[in-house]
Design a protein around this ligand. Structure first.
Ligand code: CMP
Length: 144
């Protein structure tokens, strides 16, 4: 199914210089980049983005981490973008991620796991609407 997913390079990924690699992997796989921006996320946006984790032990640590520097927020489109995107990211805990995945190649701890990817199409739609205005999402097509 053709769908969109929200992928974000977290501040540790930006700091470590893996933005290009993350983009390259999605391009190579055949996904289409339809939105991208770099920003230092305000607290209110992070509270909305991570509302399902509110009250958990790691919640404040998580918000401090994601708010600690700029992130690169993206929307990628294509066949099964949500589930394939999650596979490309690897497990939430990088130590459990297979080599060949983004986290499996670059990460070692859950608290610094480099990238975020939507976990369902419902989450993807919610996250895309949070991070992007409709006119920030491109409708480009290839010409033959
Ligand atoms: P992600 O799956 O993108 O979204 C939730 C994030 O919470 C997760 O990545 C981690 O960055 C973070 N997280 C989840 N569990 C823990 C934990 N036990 N300690 C610290 N951070 C966590």
């Amino acid at each position: 199914k053709n769908e969109r997913t929200f992928i974000m390079v977290k501040p540790d990924g930006v700091q470590r210089g893996v933005v290009g690699d993350v983009i390259h992997r999605f391009e190579q796989r055949g996904y289409k980049l339809v939105a991208l921006k770099m920003l230092q996320a305000p607290r209110a946006l992070l509270e909305s983005h991570y509302e399902e984790h509110k009250g958990k032990k790691f919640y404040e640590i998580l918000l401090a981490y994601i708010g600690s520097g700029p992130v690169v927020a993206m929307v990628w489109e294509g066949l099964n973008a949500v589930s394939v995107g999650r596979k490309m990211l690897g497990a939430t805990d990088p130590a459990k991620s297979e080599p060949g995945t983004i986290r499996g190649d670059f990460g070692i701890v859950t608290g610094r796991n480099i990238v975020h990817g939507s976990d369902s199409e419902t989450s993807a739609q919610r996250e895309i609407a949070l991070w992007f205005k409709p006119d920030e999402i491109s409708q480009w097509t290839h010409t033959a």
